[in-house]
Design a protein around this ligand. Structure first.
Ligand code: SAM
Length: 289
């Protein structure tokens, strides 16, 4: 099962996911697309050349064009022109998935608006890799990208995230890691569980888990090297007050049995089933009197 040079790759824009560290974390389909597209575009053409070289993909006489934040407006018409001519164009950012804290959004939107096929050969991303390794709940998460660099704006951004009932995934520069953890502990509460995921898929991969307070203290002194994702567990929702619980149970009993009401209320309010059951039983008896 080697790389397949596809005789005629269907015309369109192909976003291609590339490794976030370990070069072998590229999919066979991504390599097929890179080997077969009529033109390649990359955020960093040097990284792309290296990747092609590692995997033995010949560029040949196909164009390899730079497309990044600083030349996007100028380069987009050229790439759209290639699509217009019926070409297949593969685009990769420097690492991981394009568009995830990386360029590609405007290009994808413009290509779709012009009626071209936009598709993807997906690959790894530091966000979901960190989430998987964090030891924190994965059923609901929010990717918050990079936090602002200045303390005041960073704290404001954290305040916006504070009430969100989801695991938070944040990209951070190693230089700002200590300050960000300190601010997160202050704004979100020091007891929140979190994980610092560093150098994922690379030789010195490291996952440190602890509360925000513990992690802030651990990274306070000393230089941090490499690339970092911070994952933060959701805040504990305040327990529902008695009136809220009663209202939910009364609503449940209108259509459900005591047992089903208890289950539904326990799920929706996040309280123990026994507590919801006792309230449902009490209100059901009162109704029958
Ligand atoms: N598009 C990429 C993706 O899908 O993950 C992200 C690009 S963004 C410009 C770079 C940031 O991603 C880094 O500052 C870091 O927060 C995170 N990152 C990328 N690779 C990483 C790795 N191997 N380990 C930890 N974090 C990584």
């Amino acid at each position: 099962m080697g790389i397949a040079r596809i005789e005629r790759l269907e015309p369109g824009l192909y976003f291609v996911g590339t490794p976030i560290g370990s070069a072998r974390d590229i999919t066979l389909r991504a390599l097929d697309v890179l080997a077969s597209a009529d033109a390649l575009a990359a955020e960093d053409t040097r990284s792309m050349r290296r990747l092609l070289e590692i995997h033995g993909v010949a560029l040949g006489d196909r164009p390899l064009l730079a497309y990044h934040d600083h030349n996007g407006a100028k380069m987009r018409p050229r790439l759209l022109g290639l699509l217009e001519q019926g070409c297949s164009v593969a685009y990769a950012s420097e690492a991981g998935m394009p568009l995830i804290a990386d360029p590609g959004f405007d290009l994808g939107r413009a290509a779709a608006e012009a009626g071209h096929r936009v598709t993807c050969a997906p690959g790894p991303s530091a966000a979901d890799t960190a989430l998987a390794l964090s030891g924190l709940p994965t059923d609901r998460f929010l990717f918050a990208g990079f936090l602002p660099a200045t303390a005041a704006r960073r704290k404001a951004a954290l305040r916006d995230l504070a009430e969100i009932a989801a695991t938070l995934v944040i990209y951070e520069s190693p230089r700002r890691l200590a300050a960000s953890l300190r601010d997160a502990a202050a704004v979100l509460g020091g007891s929140r569980p979190a994980a610092v995921c560093r150098e994922l898929t690379k030789k010195f991969e490291e996952i440190r888990r602890g509360t925000l307070e513990e992690l802030a203290a651990a990274y306070e002194a000393g230089q941090v090297k490499g690339e970092v994702v911070v994952v933060i567990g959701r805040g504990e929702a305040a327990p529902p007050d008695a009136a809220e619980l009663e209202e939910a149970v009364v609503r449940g009993l209108e259509t459900l049995s005591v047992k089903d009401t208890a289950e539904a209320v326990s799920r929706s309010l996040g309280i123990p089933k026994r507590e919801a059951y006792q309230m449902a039983l009490k209100l059901d008896r009162e109704r029958e009197r």
